[in-house]
Design a protein around this ligand. Structure first.
Ligand code: KG4
Ligand code: ZN
Length: 375
């Protein structure tokens, strides 16, 4: 009999539920995004996030169960994200998960959101019939995190990711996360929220106009595997201030967004060649830093695999550059599908499975841990 785990995720601005069988087979996955709620503030507003989670959690779980053609009694365990994230948002999922587990008499498994992102990669690998060999270097790159881990099996006899894993943090951002830099630069340019998806497409839409400014690699004192993105965002800000020719276009886009015209097709005609070249230069700088440091870590540690996950892992240019570089270095590269890159609950249910087998359960005292770390 397979082990069916219901995963619940509510750490940020997505309310999600999914059922995963044996940690690898996705039986259902539902994600209710709050983008429309937070968009006009240009970022996630914690109070609004909690309220939306409260509204969404019951219908989202119900839909996940229906999609999986299962009854709650068929589940073997309930897994819930207990950190890191927004405390009020986390508490909605935790309280619901606890209650459900108690009512059903099933075990409750607390999952670290970051370990969820790691398992998003394994879910996709399984779907593609691939096995990620360990040790691996894992880059988690999202709106809240930019961090590099070394991933090894806890059981030294094992060479893959089927059991409990051990994480060692080898680098992290000292200021903004990469996704946050995308979101902030999109805000400066009046390109809506979140910034990543639209900047990704605008960067690819340019006609090869040379960049209006160059952003060099960020050099780090101390740990060379650390990241920093706030300087890049500030460089974009200064460039825009020094060049008044951008302001009329920015004003037009602000108006378009106010009218609700915020799609790529609607905003593209409001971006001239210089803006597109600027977006491309920004993206090139972010991607270069992410890839250079991850490759340096992987080569230094003789990693078998490179795993990339989190919202920014959906980025097309990041995928292309990683494929080139990992291919040249002969290191196996793993990305989740775009849907599994951003926050979802299948990754939470998948990450719970090895803990289920190890009997690592929580009791009713489980609390949210907004600053929970993985290593
Ligand atoms: O993992 P995620 O859904 O939530 C967090 O845990 O933060 O990541 C959301 C972040 C946002 O900052 C968003 O702008 C970024 O991921 N993002 C992208 C792309 N799609 C989403 N960044 C760059 N390129 C993309 N295609
Ligand atoms: Zn996330």
């Amino acid at each position: 009999m397979s082990v069916k785990i219901l995963g619940i995720e509510s750490s940020c601005d997505e309310t999600a539920a999914a059922v995963v069988s044996d940690g690898r087979e996705i039986l259902s996955g539902v994600v209710a995004s709050q983008i429309d709620v937070h968009q006009k503030y240009g970022g996630v507003v914690p109070e609004l996030a909690s309220r939306e989670h409260l509204r969404q959690i019951v219908p989202v779980v119900r839909e996940a169960m229906e999609q999986a053609h299962l009854k709650l009694a068929d589940l073997d365990a309930i897994a819930v994200t207990h950190g890191p994230g927004l405390v009020g948002a986390l508490l909605v999922g935790i309280t619901y998960g606890k209650t459900l587990a108690a009512a059903l008499g099933k075990p409750l498994i607390p999952v670290n959101h970051l370990e969820g992102h790691v398992h998003a990669v394994f879910l996709e690998a399984h779907r593609a019939g691939r096995i990620a060999k360990l040790p691996a270097v894992c880059l988690i790159v999202s709106g809240g995190h930019t961090v590099l881990y070394e991933v090894t099996p806890k059981d030294e006899q094992s060479a893959d990711a089927s059991g409990l894993l051990r994480y060692r943090k080898i680098g992290q951002t000292r200021d903004d996360a990469a996704g946050e830099a995308y979101d902030k630069v999109a805000k400066l340019l009046a390109l809506g929220y979140p910034g990543g998806p639209i900047l990704d497409r605008l960067a690819a839409a340019g006609n090869g106009t040379p960049p209006p400014v160059r952003f060099g690699p960020t050099r780090m004192k101390g740990n060379a595997l650390d990241f920093s993105f706030s300087g890049l965002k500030t460089a974009v800000l200064y460039h825009l201030r020094e060049h008044p020719e951008y302001s009329e276009e920015i004003r037009q886009r602000e108006e378009a967004i106010r009218r609700g015209e915020k799609s790529f097709a609607q905003l593209l005609p409001l971006c001239n060649a210089q803006t597109l070249a600027l977006v491309r230069e920004f993206q090139n700088a972010v991607v270069r830093d992410l890839v250079d440091r991850t490759m340096a870590a992987a080569e230094h540690m003789a990693a078998e695999s490179i795993l990339v996950s989190g919202g920014v892992a959906a980025n097309s240019h990041l995928r292309t550059v990683f494929e080139e570089r990992a291919g040249k270095a002969g290191i196996a590269l793993f990305f989740p599908s775009r849907a599994l890159s951003t926050d979802n609950a299948a990754m939470i249910a998948a990450a719970a499975y090895p803990h289920f087998r190890a009997g690592e359960f929580a009791d009713a005292s489980l609390n949210a841990d907004p600053a929970l770390t993985l290593a």
